[in-house]
Ligand binder design. Sequence first.
Ligand code: TXA
Ligand code: MG
Length: 333
Amino acid sequence: MTNDDVTTDNLHIFSSSDDVLSRAAAALAEGKLVAFPTETVYGLGANACDDRAVAAIFAAKNRPRFNPLIAHVADLISAEVLVTFNERARILARAFWPGPLTMVLPRTAESPLSFLTSAGLSTAAVRIPDHPVALALLRAVGMPLAAPSANPSGAVSPTTAQHVADMLGDRVAMILDGGACRVGVESTVIDLSGSQPVLLRPGGVSRSELESMIGPIGSHNSQENVAVMAPGMLSSHYAPRLAVRLNATSFIPGEAVLGFGSEAGAHLNLSPAGDVTEAAANLFAMLRALDRPEFTRIAVMPVPETGLGEAINDRLRRAAAPRPARCCRQEKT
Ligand code: TXA
Ligand code: MG
C-alpha cells in the first residue's frame, strides 16, 4: 500500500486504481467483503456465488433475518446467466441499465448464485449499477457481487466511503471510495417473475418511468399472495415442501435430520464444528437437498441464538410455521 491509496485517515479506504481494483477482486475471490460505491448507496459486496462469503455479509450487518440480496453484474450477458429474462425485463434493461433498477426474475436452472443470496427463493434480484468504480470492480472480479447497503442492520444507508468506515470499517477487507452517491436512495425493486409486474420497493427509478415502458405495475400490498403478518403468525419466503420440526433432540424414523454440532446421525450437518456462520452458509442448500419425497419431515437440531443463529432460527421458524401463502414482505435492511 502507498500513501496515495489512503484518501482519509481510515486505512481501509482506497481510491480506485488498477492495483486497488485487482487487490479488491482478489479479496472477493477469497470470500472477503469489499464495500464499493454505486450510484444509489454504498454496497457491502461479496461473491454472490459463495455461500460462506454471503453468510459473512449477514454476519457483518448483524441481520436478524435472511432477506434476499441483489446480485450486481457488469452487463446483460452476465445477468442472463443468473436469471431468466422475459420481454418486460428486456425492455426495462434496455431503458434503465446501468441504473437504479433491480429486477426480480426466476433463477436459471444452472444459476451459480448461492441460495443464501436469494434466501432460498426460486427467484433472484439482479441489477447493473451505474457507477464507474462498481462496474470496474465487477469486471475485475468476473463474478456477480451480492451487495446490500453497507450499514449495520437498521442503520441509515451509507452514501460516502467514510460512512461505511464509521459503521463497518472493522468488518471489511477494503472500502473503495467513489465519492458521494449521486442518487442517494436504494434502487427500485420490481418483481417481473409473475404474470403481472409488482413494485416491491420504490427507489431511484420512479413508478411512472417504469409504467411508461411496460404499462401498469401492481403494488406489493395489493398482491393476493402476500400473507398478512398477523401477530403470532409467521409467514415464509420459501419453505421446503416437507414439514419442518424444530429443535429436534431425538431422531424419528422417516425424518430427514439436519444436524448442527458434533452429534452424529444427521443426514446432513449445518456445521459439525458448531459454527453459526458456516451453518448460515449451508442452510438453504441443505434444506433443499433434504426436501425429498422419501422423507416424511425435516427435523432440525437446535441452533444457538448467537450471531447468525438468530437469523437461522428466524428462517427455520418460518419454514416450520403454518403456510397460508407465499410472502415476500419488504422491510428496512
Ligand atoms: O440500491 C441498491 O439496491 C443497493 C445498492 C448497494 O445496490 N442495494 C440494496 O440491497 O439496497 P438490499 O439487500 O438492501 O435490498 C435488496 C432488496 C430487498 O428489499 C429484498 O427484499 C429485495 O431486494 N429482493 C431481493 N431478492 C428478492 C427476491 N428474489 N424476491 C423479492 N425481493 C427480493
Ligand atoms: Mg439497506
